[in-house]
Design a protein around this ligand. Sequence first.
Ligand SMILES: Cc1cc2nc3c(=O)[nH]c(=O)nc-3n(C[C@H](O)[C@H](O)[C@H](O)COP(=O)(O)O)c2cc1C
Length: 494
Amino acid sequence: MHKNHPILIQGGMGIAVSDWKLAKAVSETGQLGVVSGTAINSVLVRRLQDGDVGGHCRRALAAFPSQAIAQKILETYFLENGRNPGQAYKRPPMFSLESPKFLLQTTVAACFVEVWLAREGHDGVVGLNLLEKIQLPNLACLYGAMLADVDYVIMGAGIPREIPGALDLFANNEKAGLKIPVVGGEDAVTYFDPRDVMEGLELKPLKRPYFFPIVSSAVLAMNLKKKSTGRVDGFIVEGPLAGGHNAPPRGPMKLNERGEPIYGERDAVSLADMAALELPFWMAGDYATPEKFRQVREQGAHGIQVGTLFAFSDESGVDPKLRAGAIHTVLHEKPPEGGWIFTDPRSSPTGFPFKAARIPGSISEESIYLSRKRICDLGYLRHFYKKEDGSLGQRCPAEPVADYVKKGGLEEDTVGRKCLCNALMADIGMPQIQAGGRVEMHLLTAGDDLNKIARILKPGQEHYGAKDVVAYLLSEEKTVAPERPVEKALESGL
Ligand SMILES: Cc1cc2nc3c(=O)[nH]c(=O)nc-3n(C[C@H](O)[C@H](O)[C@H](O)COP(=O)(O)O)c2cc1C
């Protein structure tokens, strides 16, 4: 019944590590390339301010259904010759419950651009990855991706129960809402109305993409299957060795001698339990070998999702210098105790463990990070809280400590937090230049698989392409991936 889905998924990696170039390269092979929608409005406006090298964003914007909106975006952000040396990026405003319309329009267009470019020139399938924890931009992102005919939506870092229903509504260009938790108060709701945001444009019905939540347990998968607001089509089962954010261990958090969360038996997911749910699933988190790929398929998985190997491939959005430096370091230097990856229980303002590559110069080194002056100017990871007067505010545990405490937050919550918004923008070569010329530092995330990266390299080479990763992973696979798998699945009404 699920035979037509690709067996290999290139995991979504934010911010713009899995950008349209990487997703396109993977989709061209007949497997599933996934773009990241995280902070994508900031990515678009920074690309435009860097002169839109190659004209890709402008080419995609020329295909955007509303040319009035596309023009306004270009007039606001595009710089023909890029920024002057040392010039800071102009920022879009931060999101709120009722975000300014132009911010929502820019977000819709940014996601449209990313998916449109990933789909350009071939007929493979493309997915969009979003994080449930970053809630306010998500509806605009989903709608923009659907305008570009996205085939799959994959969502992790939370329990995205309301997304399937939103996809159904957006397929008919209808308004959808998302509940937003508020510390110390009742949930709030944020809405996105396509007709309002697209300013009366005539809107055609859109394809409803497949929806795969990312889960860390079969119980959660079962809950999502039964209690979501619409159809769930499959699952990504992600374990604690995956790059990016990890689900916290079950039970009280215990740390090892290096200060990393300890995962145990209870965190392992039974493939038999997953198979019993009768929906296709893909295993993620250190599964990227042809042998493991075959083994999990034999045990009932449809396939695997792979991130780290793709994150260090030539097509990834990671700053090429950073990428090359990391590969060189791993190949030639002695790894620190415990390997190149540190699972930091504190760094992410989300409270989820977050993996950092311990590559010299990265702000995962505590001493270097402490020199960063705290500032919260992108704001994607802020959460809502109820103020004394009953109104709502937003705060982030990585913002300046005094501000966080003034907003009623606990000082202890700020300890060890890092500004992932700015650090991840720096990873992709678009660091903000702050007051006094201070350039934001990067923090490279990767899964434990980085320790074993040598296996994908040809002797004497220190780089490889996304297609090399696909060929390597499929080398034990006998059946060739069918062309345009989803079209057939959609035709047959699956
Ligand atoms: C650099 C990087 C960034 C990531 N960012 C995200 C993300 O934004 N959203 C998400 O759902 N998963 C993210 N992941 C996880 C991947 O999508 C994938 O599930 C995981 O990397 C699979 O394990 P592997 O790294 O062992 O291949 C990220 C992984 C990496 C390496």
